[in-house]
Each structure stands twice: as structure tokens, then as C-alpha cells.
Design a protein around this ligand. Structure first.
Ligand code: SAM
Length: 285
């Protein structure tokens, strides 16, 4: 017997301004039988304010597997569920992925609603023209691990999107300047959609002084976006190292040089010629 699951809705909620709750989100939250919320106490006032009568169940980082089973049982019994987090989009540096994965595995329909997300909102106002961007989320809290994490993305020619807590923003920005490169551009997006919203774009090496100049600048919620590495910042040694690594893994020359070029921002044809030399071949062959 096939089970007819009710749908699981993934519903973004405002980052700070209630008016950012979409009409569709409002309608879904008002229509579903259950809302699975990261923090039920935090989300109850939102549901009350829009007159939603759904019952709440807790779905946070520490009970997500159990919550996933509970959500599945509800969907199986025909009761629709909306998944929400404290603010923004569930599953984006927030719980939700395991519940969604469980619903997919069971064959239930997952219906995502577009809506507020700090990363996307900040990106839209960053003005960086890189074709690609990478969402990193939170860096490790400890400095050594944070620096190591930054090393892993230092040569990527992609804009890098980070979330950061206010008490760590100063040290994180200092590490970014040291590891990613002092001249790269940084967008500080603070308190998006709230009363003290501040967006400020400046070179990374000016950021610590700017944040220190006024203690208010270190308060609230932060999304940080750093422009991608350019060929200038990417020393030729980086491309060479990547190329040798890919060739050692027996990747075809064309693929190895293309990958090394994408990751280092250096010229693909130059790296192709270099790869031929490394493999002991000539362009004539
Ligand atoms: N799921 C959320 C989303 O879609 O953006 C993110 C949740 S994560 C636990 C919270 C982090 O997102 C904050 O620490 C901050 O880095 C970033 N953030 C959330 N609200 C923000 C805001 N109003 N302005 C800037 N960054 C924000």
C-alpha cells in the first residue's frame, strides 16, 4: 500500500522586518496543521500575529532526527507541516536539512517557498561582479581553525559569503585580511532589514579600524562578503601546486588545467601548456 503523504513546506521567515513575510508564507502558515519550528517560543508570537492556528513542534539541531520521524508520521497521516527556523530560510546555517532529507527519502512532496535569507539579501547589495559565489556560513570559533578554514578558500576567484557573530566579527575580519589578502573588498552587512541596518563596503585591511571606530558597529547580526581572489593575489605557485595535484591524481591534462585555472583564476591555456610539460609531452604530440 502506498502512503499518500501530505506536503512538507519549507517557509522562510523575516530576518527582522515582519513585512518581509510573503503573502504565500502567511497563507501556508495559516493553512498547515503543524509548524515545525527551531524554537517554538521564538516562533509562537509570529504565528499569533498572523492569526495562524497551527500546532507547534520543536525541530532544532539537538532533536532533528527525532523531529524528522515525528514530521514524517504527521505527513503520513495526512497532516501538512511547515518547517521554519528562527529567522530567514530553514537549512541555511539553520536546522532543517535532515527533516527535508527524510521527507524526500519517504517520497513526500517538499515545497520550498522563496523568501528572506541574509546571504542572498547581502549579496544583492554587495555589488561584486564575480560570476560565482560561495556560501561558507560560520567560520570556526577558534583562531587557528578559522585561519585554516580561510586557507581552503583563499585562492578561489569566487565572492565568499560568511555569517559571523558580533563578538567574533573583529577577529574574523582581521584573519580574513591576513589570509585572504588585505586589498580584497569586504561588504559588511549588519542588521539587514532592522532599525540599525548598516551596509559598508571597504578594503579588508581597513575593516578592523572601521569596526573599532564606533562600538555600535560591532553590534547585531553580521553577514560578511569578500570579493573573489584575482590572478594578482593568486601567486603562480598556487596554480602550479593545483596543477601538479590534479595530474598526480591522473586527471586528463585538459581537465586538470581547466580545474586549476578555475580555482586559481589563472589562464587556462598557459596552464594547459605547463601541464603538457609536466607530463613530459609536447604540444605537437
Ligand atoms: N537561516 C538564516 C538565513 O537564511 O539567513 C541564517 C541563520 S544563522 C543561524 C544566523 C546568522 O545569519 C547570523 O548570525 C548572521 O550572521 C546572519 N544574519 C541573520 N540575520 C541577519 C541580519 N538581519 N543581518 C545580517 N546578517 C544576518
Amino acid at each position: 500500500m502506498t502512503i499518500e503523504y501530505a506536503p512538507l513546506y519549507v517557509v522562510p521567515t523575516p530576518l527582522g522586518n515582519l513585512a518581509d513575510l510573503s503573502e504565500r508564507a502567511r497563507a501556508v502558515l495559516s493553512a498547515v496543521a503543524w509548524v515545525a519550528a527551531e524554537d517554538t517560543r521564538h516562533s509562537a508570537p509570529l504565528l499569533r500575529r498572523i492569526g495562524a492556528k497551527a500546532r507547534l513542534l520543536a525541530a532544532h539541531a539537538h532533536n532533528e532526527n527525532a523531529a524528522a520521524e515525528r514530521v514524517l508520521a504527521l505527513l503520513a497521516s495526512g497532516e501538512s507541516v511547515a518547517l521554519i527556523s528562527d529567522a530567514g530560510t530553514p537549512g541555511i546555517s539553520d536546522p532543517g536539512a535532515r527533516i527535508v532529507a527524510r521527507a524526500h527519502a519517504a517520497g513526500a512532496r517538499v515545497i520550498p517557498l522563496p523568501g528572506p535569507c541574509a546571504a542572498i539579501t547581502a549579496l544583492s547589495a554587495a555589488g561584486f561582479s564575480e560570476a560565482h559565489w560561495l556560501f561558507f556560513g560560520f567560520l570556526p570559533a577558534k583562531s587557528g581553525q578559522r585561519q585554516a578554514a580561510l586557507q581552503t578558500v583563499a585562492t578561489l576567484p569566487y565572492a565568499l559569503v560568511f555569517y559571523e557573530a558580533p563578538h567574533r566579527v573583529l577577529e574574523s575580519v582581521a584573519d580574513m585580511a591576513a589570509i585572504l589578502g588585505a586589498e580584497r573588498a569586504l561588504l559588511i552587512a549588519r542588521e539587514i532589514s532592522k532599525t540599525f541596518e548598516t551596509l559598508h563596503r571597504l578594503p579588508l585591511n581597513k575593516a578592523v579600524d572601521w569596526l573599532r571606530a564606533d562600538p555600535m558597529r560591532q553590534k547585531g547580526e553580521f553577514t560578511l562578503i569578500v570579493s573573489g581572489a584575482t590572478a594578482k593575489e593568486n601567486a603562480p605557485e598556487t596554480a602550479e601546486r593545483l596543477l601538479r595535484l590534479f595530474l598526480a591524481e591522473d586527471l586528463p591534462i585538459k581537465q586538470a588545467s581547466k580545474l586549476a585555472a578555475t580555482l586559481s583564476g589563472r589562464n587556462k591555456n598557459e596552464l594547459y601548456a605547463r601541464a603538457l610539460t609536466i607530463r613530459g609531452q609536447s604540444t605537437e604530440n
